[in-house]
Design a protein around this ligand. Sequence first.
Ligand code: UDP
Length: 245
Amino acid sequence: MSGKKRLIDENGLRVDGRRWNELRPLKIEVGILSNVDGSARIIQGKTHILVGVYGPRESFAKHVSLPDRSVVRCRYRMAPFSVEERKSPAPSRREIELSKVIREALEPAILVEEFPRTIIDIFIEVLEADGGTRCASITAASVALADAGIPMKDLVAACAVGKADGKLIVDLSDMEDKYGEADVPVAIMPNKNIITLLQMDGTLTSDEFNALLQLAMKGCKRIHEVQRKALKDGFGEIKNLVLEE
Ligand code: UDP
């Protein structure tokens, strides 16, 4: 056995040349699809995702709707060509789980009680995946919901943090996700400082976990600036990728 893959070199640089506290280049476009009520495209490093939103629209299937609120549905899907090893087009367990996880991260921000007996549909198409697709999906979907004119308490911004070669890092790529020691996807409502998603895979001390949570909050807040710019101008891009220490 040759041992573990090295993810951080002697200069403290990650496999793609980033520092521990550096986000991947991020671009968000809004209103790019004509056949939906709201849409967004996110490109975060090599991760590339399209989101289309319909609603709130009246539900004809009465067993689906609720008398006191809108029902939010979410479908996360990875294209067969989105990953190196062709993914089967059939829905996987992971896609079904991520659809639920993403819906639950977005729902607290949506004023669902304003639209009883309606449905809000979120369709997420991952075109290219290089780690962090659940976070990028949440970031883009919340922008697409706002683009659809759906009233919200706040946007939801998401960012993964984790640990590789014993160092805490932000915005993990696929390789860091696979070979690192921990992966912690986080989503927040940035103005309200409410966490709507917090998962963890791997092992961390409680100090490391607390430091990572702070790092994730900083990452989400920087991503939130791009979301706001994208909603205002149709396009947002990150300029300063390094988060302050
Ligand atoms: N991935 C893959 N094939 C799959 C599913 C995932 O290559 O069938 C890769 C993809 O790059 C994805 C990464 O594994 O972004 C990490 O997946 P995870 O389940 O941790 O979710 P994510 O980090 O994308 O939210």
